[in-house]
Every structure is written in C-alpha cells, then in structure tokens.
Design a protein around this ligand. Structure first.
Ligand code: ZN
Length: 473
C-alpha cells in the first residue's frame, strides 16, 4: 500500500484514488524561455517515478503537464508575479525572434531532455497560449461569485474572500501581514491579492481580447483552467517543485476551489530544491547545470537519473561531480550484470539452485510504498546485482531468466534504461571453447581465442572458476 507525503496535510497518507483504477495527475511544466536545469529535471523525475509505480500496480494514470508560454513574469521570486517583464518576451527581444519562436524552441528542447532522461511523456502538454478562452471563462466565474474584482482593465483575486488561503503553504493572511511588504499595484484592494488578468502596455507582444481589456493572463490562472479542462474539478495528484508551493500553488487552490466549489487536489507532492556543491544554483555562480553540461563531461543521462534517485525527493539533494561518478559506477555495474544475465547459460551445477527473487520484490515494493523511498529501492537493485553475480561466479544460478525479468521490472519502475547486449552465438561458442582450453590449462589456445573474440568486437572478462563475462567493446 503506497503511502505518500501530502504537503496539504503535512503527513504521509495512504494513497486512495477518486475513481478505482484511474488517476488524474497534474504537473506544473516549464516556462519555455530557457533550457531546464538539473533541479527542474529532478522535479520532473518525482512524478515520473510515482506514475511508473502506480502503472506497475495496474492504475491507469492520466498525466497532464502544462507548457507555460506566456505570462510568467521575471519578478516572481520577490512578489506575486504581477509585475516585471515577461521572460519569454525579454528573451525574444534579446534574440530578435518572436515570442512564439522562443517558446517553441525551448519547448522542443524540454521535450528532448525529458526523452533522454527517460521521463515518460505526459498524455498531453497543454500550452497556456492555446487556453486563454478557458482562463477568461474561469475569471468571469470568479468575478460573478464575488471572489475577484476588476479595476482599470486589470482583474485581481481578492484573497480576503477565501478564508482557507494559506492552507497549503502556511502563509495565511495574518502571517503575511507581518511579513515582507509587497510592491503594491495601485489597482489592488489588498497587497496579497494576485492578478488574474492584466491590461497590456502598448509594447507588450502577447495580448488577447477580454471583457476587461486587451491584455494577458496572470501567472497562476493557466494551471487552474487547464487542469480543470483535462482532469475535471478535483485532481488526485498535483506535483511541482517546492518553489511552486507559494504563491503559485496556493493561488491555484484559491482560484479553483472558489470557481468550482470543489476540493482542487487530494494530494500535493513537492520535490525539494537541489543544491550544487552545497550552494543554490545560479547562473552568476557558474554552477547552473543543464543536461548538456552533464553529457559534455562524459556522463550518461541515466547516470544523472540514478544520482537523482539516490536522494529522496523530499531531501535537499546536494549535486556534486563525485556523486555523479559514483552514480555512473553503480549504473555500469547494473548494466554489466544485466549483460551477464542476458547471456548466462546455466550449467549442470546451476540447475539445482534458484535465486529467490520474491524477497527482493518485497523489499523493493516496501521501499517505494514508503513515500517513494528511491534510495532504498536502488539499494535493493544493487543487492540483487551483487548477490546474482556471486551466484553466477559460483555456478549456482538456475533461474537467470527470472532474475533478468525482475531486474527489468525494477529498472522500468525507476525509469532506468538498461543497456544490455545480446552476444551472438558464435562469440559464445568461442568463449566456451576458450573455457575448455583454460580448464585444460592450454593457455596458448586460450589467448588465441581471446584475440579472436577481441577482433570480432567483444571483450572477455575472466571470473572465478573459469567463468566469464562477455562485453561489447
Ligand atoms: Zn502550475
């Protein structure tokens, strides 16, 4: 039984879907004005593992991930995201391209990174710019019900009308009042009201007609409008990075619950920040890494995935190059084992013993059932690898096909792409011939056969008792 930590209730809860067998999951996707960094990759890996694990258990998961191609403003880290420039427009001006060209380029780049990271594609990636009518409709509903107000062509959500504001982040209005001062918009009633619609200045490139002004949507409304469109009023699961909790997700709850009168999401799952060498990532510090930087240093995307899985999603992962070396080494040993087990033909002695995979399956599931404990699940895989290697060395592996299948299942749930090679029969025949030569202490023949295998593009690694492992060069 899966137990997962819910940011809304601040405890681990048994996961129960709204409809038996089916799950609706929404993930806040990227703002497409730049390449995503490894912290973003980590935040998209969490819902991917969750989805893979739920699918393994037979659930049908409908996963929606939005593409923010408008309205995300540059000042959002210091206030509600209602002021400042549009990041996509700023990039478009700098690169002398249209906002649409910028958005499509980085959307494609994002999709490519997800593919390389073996993150399953969402069933749908709705773009904000294609859903402005749905946003306008939701804003109209909020105005009708008295939760939002218009002034000078701008529309704001009145946070004082939603007593539950702050239930996700803990930032209730009483707490916010004593906290930092916001730069106030002259049309706002209360400083913590947030924008649903903003009137566009003349130079603004992306703007739409609306009942209030020619303008553009505020930062938060797109996720409420698009999740309702594709998943209905109540979601099973909503995920994002911890930086999304406030104000973005708090605002999503306020908008959606006031518009529909229903609970917005049953489970809120947030991935913590990733640090690089103990520090926050930033472009100015030069520790802002993308997948391209990881590959440039010779690491595979799967090594990065394994490094990410080595830290629990709710712990503050510290990325270091050393940790990545370790992850690559672990990945290599998993792949070598996979390679070996694919090509392993049990001998007479093997046939009397089997590796008990049931214990490994039980431990693996228990690890993931406990709030997706991926580091523990990984250690179960490495244990299987060590144990399996030992048994093969000793000639005590009677069920390689079953062990192979178990490893493949574990890897699929964690999203690790295994790279095994099927060795051609003629290479295996040569290796067997060499094994015989070695058993008969004919080392000259053994060396000749090794060279022959080498010329054919394979390497033979000697193990205990004249057993061997074949690898591709
Ligand atoms: Zn969102």
């Amino acid at each position: 039984m899966l137990k997962i930590y819910n940011t809304l209730t601040k405890q681990k809860e048994e996961f129960k879907p709204i409809n038996p067998g089916k799950i609706g999951m929404y993930t806040c996707g990227p703002t497409v004005y730049d390449f995503i960094h490894i912290g973003n990759i980590r935040a998209y890996t969490t819902p991917d593992v969750l989805r893979r694990y739920l699918e393994y258990q037979g659930f049908e998961v409908r996963h929606i991930k939005n593409i923010t191609d408008v309205g995300h403003l540059t000042q959002d880290d210091i206030d509600q995201g209602d002021t400042g420039e549009d990041k996509i427009e700023r990039k478009a001006l700098a690169e002398k391209k249209t906002p649409e060209e910028i958005a499509r380029f980085y959307e494609d780049a994002f999709r490519e990174v997800e593919k390389e990271m073996n993150i399953l594609p969402a069933q749908y990636f709705p773009r904000a710019t294609a859903h402005v009518p749905q946003m306008i409709q939701m804003i109209e509903r909020l105005i009708e019900k008295g939760y939002a107000y218009e002034k000078n062509g701008n529309v704001f959500f009145d946070v004082t009308k939603f007593p539950e504001y702050g239930k996700l982040s803990g930032n209730t209005l009483e707490k916010l009042k004593v906290g930092a001062r916001l730069e106030e918009h002259p049309d706002k009633r209360n400083p913590w009201d947030f924008a649903l619609w903003l009137k566009a200045p003349k130079e603004h490139l992306m703007k739409w007609d609306s009942p209030w002004s020619v303008g553009y949507p505020g930062w938060h409304i797109e996720c409420s409008a698009m999740s309702t469109e594709y998943l209905g009023d109540t979601l099973d699961i909503h995920t994002g990075g911890e930086d999304n909790i406030f104000p973005h997700h708090e605002a999503e709850i306020a908008q959606s619950e006031c518009a529909t009168g229903q609970k917005f999401s049953n489970y809120w799952i947030h991935t913590r920040h990733l640090l690089v060498d103990g520090e926050k990532m930033s472009k100015s510090k030069g520790n802002f890494y993308t997948l391209a930087d990881i590959k440039k240093k010779g690491f595979s995307p799967m090594a990065l995935r394994l490094a990410i899985l080595s830290a629990h999603y709710r712990s503050q992962m510290n990325f270091t190059w050393n940790a990545l070396y370790q992850a690559q080494a672990n990945l290599d040993s998993i792949n070598n084992f996979y390679n070996r087990i694919i090509n392993y033909a049990p001998s007479e002695s093997d046939k009397f013993s089997n590796l008990t995979v049931a214990d490994f399956v039980k431990n693996f599931r228990e690890a993931l059932d406990d709030d997706l404990n991926t580091p523990l699940a990984l250690s179960v895989i490495l244990e299987l690898v060590n144990h399996g290697n030992k048994l093969m060395d000793e000639g005590l592996m009677g069920n390689p096909a079953e062990v192979k299948k178990t490893l493949e299942t574990f890897a699929k749930i964690l999203g690790l792409r295994l790279e095994g090679i099927v060795v051609p029969q003629e290479i295996i025949d040569l290796a067997e011939e060499r094994k015989e030569a070695r058993t008969g202490k004919d080392f000259q023949k053994s060396d000749e056969l090794r060279n022959k295998i080498d010329e054919m593009g394979y390497i033979i690694e000697d193990l205990k008792d004249n057993n061997y492992l074949i690898k591709k060069k």
